[in-house]
Design a protein around this ligand. Structure first.
Ligand SMILES: [Zn+2]
Length: 408
C-alpha cells in the first residue's frame, strides 16, 4: 500500500535492529575483585556489587555504585512518566491506594498527569467515548488535586513529579495566566507540562478539534517561559489516520520548527487507534504491506530525531503494544530505532486512575508497556527503563544505577 510515508525514508539504508545486547552472556563480578594478574598482564576489573532485593530510591543517589543485574530481574520500568491520576469523569482511585500500586509494582518515580479531557462535573460519564456530544476539556482542577494530594499523602519511597495538564493549545493566551495561578499556590512544584492535545481524533466528538496550524505561532510566550524554566512539554498529536496517514504531521513539524530550543516529548510515537495501518491485524492489508508501513514509520521517526535534537518520544499506552509491538518483526524494527537513539525515549503506562481499576490492571499495563524494554540494549534499558532520560528531562538529581557487566 504505497503512500506518502515512503517519501520520508532517510537517505541511509535501513539497519535491522539488534535483538539481543551483549549482556546476555555477562558475569557479575564480586565487589572484592579490583584487579589481578593473569598471564603476566594486569586485567582491570570493575568492582561491582549487584543490588540485592527490591530497588529503592537509595539506588538512584548519585555516587551509589551497586549495579542493576538484568539477568535476575524482570524487565520492568521503574519510572512511569505517563500516569493519569485523575480520570475523565467520576471518582479516581484513592491517591494513597494508587501510590501503593506503584510501590507494589516496583515503580519508584512517577510523572503525575491530570487529564487533558475532563468531563463536566455534572456529567454521569466516566469515559468520554461513551458520551459523544459531551465536551471534554482541559482544566486546572486535576492539577490542583494532584498538587494537594502529593502534599497531603505519605509519598515515602517514591519520587513524584507534578505536571501541568491544564493548557488548551487552541487558547494559548490562557496558558501563562493559569501558570501564574499554579505558581502562586504551589511555587516550584510543577516541573513538566502535558499531556496536552494538539490533535486527538478520539476526542473529536467531545468538543476537541485539531489546533489550527496558524495558532501555533501564538504559543510563543508560554513556550519561551517553559524554555526559561527548562520544563518539557509533552504533546499528544496523532500522526494521521488510515485515509491520510500523515494528515497531522505538519502540526508537529510546525511546533518543532518554531520551538527548536524547547524540550518536546511526542506521545505514543504519534500512533493511535485511528492509524491502524501498521496494526498487524488490520483488515484488507497483507502482513508484508503492514510491515512495510512500520518501516516507513520508523524511518520517519528517525528523520525527526536527527532533525530535531530536543525531541523525545514517549512509549506509553498499551494499545501500541497490543497493535504493533506484539508482532516480533515489527517490534524489532522499533527496538533497532531505540537502540540507535537510546537518549530519546521515555516509558510510561498511560494508566488512567478511574475508581474500580484494581492493582492488577496497573501491573498489567506496566508489564505490557515495559515488554519492549526487555529487548533493548543495555544503554537504552538504563536510560529508559531505569529512568535516566526522564531524570534529565524533569531536572531530577537522581542517577540511574549502572548495569552489571562482565569484566573485560
Ligand atoms: Zn495519556
Amino acid at each position: 500500500m504505497p503512500h506518502v510515508l515512503k517519501s520520508l525514508l532517510p537517505r541511509r539504508a535501513w539497519l535491522p535492529g539488534s535483538l539481543q545486547a551483549p549482556w546476555a552472556a555477562s558475569l557479575v563480578v564480586a565487589a572484592a575483585a579490583v584487579g589481578c594478574l593473569a598471564g603476566g598482564r594486569a586485567l582491570a576489573f570493575v568492582a561491582q556489587t549487584p543490588i540485592q532485593g527490591p530497588l529503592s530510591l537509595a539506588n538512584f543517589v548519585k555516587g551509589s555504585s551497586d549495579c542493576y543485574d538484568r539477568q535476575t530481574r524482570l524487565p520492568l520500568a521503574v519510572v512511569d512518566t505517563h500516569l493519569h491520576v485523575r480520570p475523565f469523569g467520576g471518582r479516581p482511585i484513592p491517591f494513597p491506594d494508587l501510590l501503593n500500586y506503584l510501590r507494589q509494582s516496583g515503580v519508584l518515580f512517577a510523572n503525575l498527569y491530570g487529564i487533558g479531557q475532563r468531563l463536566p462535573v455534572n456529567s454521569p460519564c466516566t469515559y468520554y467515548l461513551d458520551c459523544p456530544g459531551v465536551s471534554a476539556d482541559p482544566s486546572l482542577k486535576s492539577d490542583f488535586s494532584n498538587a494537594e494530594n502529593s502534599l497531603d499523602v505519605d509519598t515515602s519511597g517514591l519520587k513524584l513529579v507534578l505536571s501541568m495538564t491544564f493548557p488548551d493549545l487552541a487558547k494559548p493566551a490562557e496558558v501563562l495566566p493559569q501558570m501564574a495561578i499554579l505558581d502562586k499556590e504551589y511555587p516550584g512544584l510543577f516541573r513538566w507540562m502535558g499531556e496536552v492535545n494538539l490533535a486527538k481524533q478520539a476526542l473529536y466528538n467531545n468538543g476537541h478539534q485539531a489546533v489550527p496550524i496558524e495558532r501555533i505561532a501564538a504559543w510563543k510566550p508560554f513556550m519561551a517561559e517553559l524554555q526559561r524554566r527548562n520544563i518539557p512539554i509533552a504533546i499528544h498529536s496523532d500522526l494521521g489516520n488510515d485515509k491520510d496517514p500523515l494528515k497531522y504531521l505538519p502540526l508537529m513539524e510546525r511546533v518543532l520548527n518554531l520551538y527548536p530550543n524547547n524540550r518536546i516529548v511526542w506521545m505514543h510515537l504519534g500512533l493511535s487507534k485511528e492509524l491502524a495501518e501498521i496494526d498487524w491485524q488490520h483488515l484488507g492489508q497483507s502482513k508484508q504491506e503492514s510491515i512495510s508501513e512500520v518501516r516507513h514509520h520508523v524511518a520517519l521517526l528517525e528523520t525527526l530525531l536527527r532533525r530535531y535534537p530536543n525531541l523525545s518520544f514517549d512509549l506509553s499506552w498499551r494499545v501500541i503494544d497490543d497493535q504493533v509491538f506484539s508482532d516480533p518483526v515489527k517490534r524489532d524494527l522499533y527496538v533497532g530505532l531505540i537502540n540507535r537513539w537510546p537518549r530519546r525515549f521515555i516509558p510510561g503506562t498511560d494508566f488512567v486512575a478511574a475508581a474500580g481499576k484494581g492493582e492488577g490492571v496497573y501491573r498489567d499495563e506496566l508489564a505490557v508497556t515495559s515488554a519492549i524494554l526487555g529487548r533493548v540494549n543495555d544503554e537504552a534499558f538504563r536510560r529508559i527503563a531505569l529512568g535516566q532520560n526522564f531524570f534529565e528531562l524533569a531536572g531530577l538529581e537522581a542517577v540511574a544505577p549502572p548495569l552489571c557487566r562482565a569484566a573485560r
